[in-house]
Design a protein around this ligand. Structure first.
Ligand code: ATP
Ligand code: MG
Length: 213
């Protein structure tokens, strides 16, 4: 991309399993892009997700393609294969190191839901995370949006290291979409139309043995 590395670009980075990507993810990216005047938001589907190592996750290629389908119509959204192609468990710090090396002069904004933010900052090398990007925590129905429990970490950081943003509440989760698809209930209007069709075409989330029924 010819603009890569141009000084002063502001890039959002939205990591996720995206199994499947849904309107909660898209609204979060869109709201943060508007609020921080981002030039682009890069969606980065995870490799084998470490938080979910014990759970069944759809093939990376399917998650990648659904993310491409869902973001294709937005000129400011793009998708990176970085985590998928690294071929191992994804840590946010690795995602951000790679985004930093691909876009050395850009300002990075890591976008994450209230639930995931707490995990990332509790379990990972948070000092390096804050050198790589600013963090934007978005509200999510059912989860508390505050940084009280991170107080100890945040004390020595600049005030803009973590910003909490209230976004339109969409009580949608990928887990619920998978459950619905498995039970033959609709996922229309929870995920983009093309993703509904992709799920059905690839028979994703159909319980083993029930395929073709
Ligand atoms: P699962 O139910 O499988 O965990 P999920 O819906 O939480 O899926 P993820 O791919 O795990 O989706 O989430 C990627 C990122 O998007 C996380 O930072 C998560 O907090 C955020 N996110 C997911 N759904 C919403 C939502 N409805 N509103 C705001 N943020 C969300
Ligand atoms: Mg999740």
């Amino acid at each position: 991309m010819q603009e890569t590395g141009r000084r002063g670009r502001k890039l959002g980075v939205m990591g996720g399993t995206f199994d499947p990507i849904h309107h909660g993810h898209l609204v979060a990216a869109s709201e943060v892009a508007n609020r921080f005047e981002l030039d682009e938001v890069i969606f980065v589907p995870t490799g084998q997700p470490w938080q979910k190592a014990d759970k069944q996750v759809s093939p990376a290629e399917d998650r990648y393609l659904m993310t491409v389908i869902a973001t294709a119509s937005n000129p400011r959204f793009s998708v990176s294969r970085a985590d998928i192609d690294r071929g191992k468990v994804t840590y946010t710090v690795d995602t951000l190191r790679e985004m930093r090396s691909q876009h050395p002069d850009a300002e990075l904004y890591f976008i994450t839901g209230a639930d995931a933010l707490a995990n990332i900052l509790t379990w990972q090398d948070w000092a390096e995370l804050f050198e790589l990007a600013r963090f934007v925590g978005v509200s999510r129905p059912g989860y508390e949006l505050n940084t009280d429990h991170l107080e100890e970490h945040l004390r020595d950081l600049p005030a803009d290291a973590v910003t909490m943003v209230e976004i339109p509440a969409l009580a949608i989760s990928s887990s619920e979409c998978r459950r619905r698809a498995a039970e033959n209930r609709p996922v229309w209007y929870l995920v983009p139309d093309g993703v509904v069709q992709y799920i059905s075409k690839r028979h994703l989330y159909v319980p083993a043995g029930a395929e073709g029924s």
